[in-house]
Design a protein around this ligand. Structure first.
Ligand code: SAM
Length: 276
């Protein structure tokens, strides 16, 4: 655990980056490491106006709290903490949360956000691919939310990360992963209700490139700045297959937080999978 005086522990090369770093052809930037060049401090500082904590809390309601509580889970590893929305929400609900992320800029912002709410995050700087090097603890639940898993551009990395998540769970532990409805985006084009995740109404979030191997999202802010993320558009059934082949059982998929949903209407899917 760290305290505010120790914020230098979050230091990392991306904190010094003034501009997002892409090749001359950004459509070629499809490496799993690339997230470090994308979450620069300036973008991280704006992330909360993109997600809008209040709107998001309203959109998802008690979904994650209910999933965890109904299964008696108490210790939670938030592997994609970002600016801390779910870590804070779950701590406030009484869960014992460890907040991990591979981005120092994100963790620093999450720590600050929590402090402003009178909370101290237990932080862990960790890339998912080497999670086991950073923690020997075993958790009742792991959450990987906000479409984060789709930063993994390589199938080997996806399998490796699921193995790391599996190992970090206690027996009967659960993994909760969400993703955009890429099936719809790839097959029919983009549409979004902006109701559940990116709720800020001053901000535009839209794909500027859609293909089977890359979706490039652009986020534009009222001060005329814009940033991009290169994401891998994994399909719903492929994700379920990866979970199954990774040893997870009883995989349930929800659409926009409902168990009864239509594939074409859902913006996001949430997968809840159990370790046997
Ligand atoms: N969960 C937050 C939310 O919903 O607002 C943040 C989502 S943000 C789209 C994705 C997060 O995943 C970033 O904080 C990024 O640093 C983290 N991330 C992406 N790839 C990672 C990796 N390989 N290891 C660790 N963290 C990673």
């Amino acid at each position: 655990m760290i305290n505010s005086e120790a914020s230098s522990e979050f230091s990392s090369p991306e904190l010094a980056l003034k501009k997002q770093k892409y090749n001359s052809n950004p459509l070629k930037d499809r490496s799993t490491d690339h997230y470090r060049n994308e979450y620069i401090s300036e973008f991280v500082d704006k992330w909360d106006s993109l997600i809008d904590w209040e709107g998001r809390a309203k959109g998802e309601g008690d979904f994650f709290v209910d999933v965890l509580r109904s299964r008696g889970k108490q210790t939670v590893l938030d592997v994609a903490t970002g600016t801390g929305f779910h870590s804070v929400r779950l701590i406030e609900e009484g869960f014992d949360v460890t907040s991990a992320d591979g981005s120092g800029a994100m963790l620093a912002k999450a720590f600050q956000n929590a402090q402003e709410r009178g909370l101290t995050l237990k932080t862990l700087r960790a890339d998912w691919r080497w999670l086991g090097r950073s923690t020997e603890s075993r958790y009742d639940a792991i959450i990987c939310l906000g479409n984060s898993f789709t930063h993994l551009h390589d199938e080997l990395d996806r399998r490796r990360v699921l193995a790391e998540f599996y190992a970090a769970l206690k027996p009967n532990g659960i993994l909760i992963i969400d993703q955009r409805n890429y099936d719809y985006m790839l097959d029919s084009g983009y549409s979004s209700k902006h109701k559940y995740y990116y709720c800020g109404n001053q901000v535009s979030a839209k794909p500027i490139h859609i293909a089977e191997d890359l979706v490039r999202f652009e986020y534009s802010f009222p001060d005329d700045t814009s940033y991009t993320l290169n994401l891998c558009p994994i399909r719903k059934n492929y994700m379920r297959k990866l979970l199954r082949e990774g040893g997870f059982e009883r995989i349930r998929t929800y659409g926009d937080f409902e168990s009864a949903y239509s594939d074409k209407d859902a913006d996001f899917f949430v997968h809840v999978a159990e370790k046997s």
